[in-house]
Design a protein around this ligand. Structure first.
Ligand code: NAP
Length: 258
């Protein structure tokens, strides 16, 4: 049987590119997103390049009832999953001193954190029963440190990094793997809204997804890229003392649009 892969947030950006690269390898794909026409167009494109089967699932990852229903459809059609790539995400930026809205956090956490845990709750029992499977969580280099004007997004990705690490430790020895993906900047619909932002080492989705697939197949715990940027953030920026980081970070970033 070919690999059975779930990709949440497949209608654009990294999710769409991942779907097409895996389709090219003959994988069976369950693809989610809220935009129906985009899903239908992607399903056709994936079949055209060789997908072993495509199931499209329209709906909101933040809604646990939707996620349960989607997983039931996957079970019925594929009988389970080999990889669950939990990629759906949103961003929201803004300077806290110009207005701090709890609703921004509820919105971003709803997708980036609860969307992820809704899916982990759905897929984990089946993977544990099979003693195999890989849960891939899409975090970000933005989760390594609290970024200015990015409270909701940066903290949601920090939560994703920590929850995936806890899960990985708990699941050690069960046969279920957990991979944390931390990209730098990638040219997608999300970053196209950050017009005023400096985006060092901006990557094309094709190259970012190649790094992702190679890292997942190699069984890496953390797949972070591009190398120079992620290394600098992981080993230098992350270890800067707070008094230095606060000064540098509050100067260094221009304003993002809301
Ligand atoms: N681009 C970057 O520089 C970058 C860097 C690091 C990490 N990431 C992460 O990579 C992931 C993909 O982002 P992207 O850059 O490819 O952005 P994108 O092009 O905006 O794609 C986001 C995807 O998430 C889906 N989505 C959003 N809200 C959803 C919801 N409530 N329910 C279901 N699906 C939802 C969207 O589909 P619908 O609108 O059809 O629902 C879309 O397919 C995100 O988790 C993002 O945080 C991106």
């Amino acid at each position: 049987m070919s690999h059975r892969v779930l990709i949440t947030g497949a209608t654009s950006g990294l999710g769409r590119e991942l779907a097409l690269q895996l389709a090219n390898e003959g994988f069976m794909l369950a693809l989610t997103g809220r935009r129906v026409e985009r899903l239908a167009e992607l399903a056709q494109a994936a079949k055209d390049v060789g997908a072993g089967g495509v199931l499209t699932l329209t709906g909101d990852v933040a809604d646990p009832a939707v996620v349960k229903a989607h997983y039931a459809d996957i079970q019925e059609r594929f009988g389970g999953l080999d990889w669950a790539v939990l990629n759906a995400g949103v961003s929201k930026s803004g300077d806290a001193k110009e207005g701090f809205a709890a609703d921004d956090y509820r919105f971003v956490y709803g997708v980036n954190v609860f969307g992820m845990v809704n899916w982990i709750e759905a897929v984990l029992p089946g993977m544990l029963k099979e003693k195999s499977g890989t849960i891939v969580g899409m975090a970000s280099i933005a989760g390594f440190r609290g970024l200015p004007r990015s409270g909701p997004y940066s903290s949601s990705k920090a939560a994703a990094i920590a929850l995936l690490e806890s899960l990985r430790v708990d699941l050690r020895g069960t046969g279920v793997q957990v991979v944390t993906v931390c990209p730098g900047f990638v040219r997608t619909e999300m970053t196209s809204r950050w017009k005023d932002e400096d985006m060092p080492f901006l990557m094309e989705p094709r190259d970012a997804v190649r790094e992702m697939i190679a890292g997942i197949k190699a069984g890496r715990r953390m797949v972070d890229f591009p190398f120079p940027f992620s290394t600098a953030v992981k080993y230098v920026v992350r270890n800067l003392p707070g008094c230095i980081y606060d000064r540098v970070a509050s100067r260094g970033t221009r304003r993002r649009p809301k």
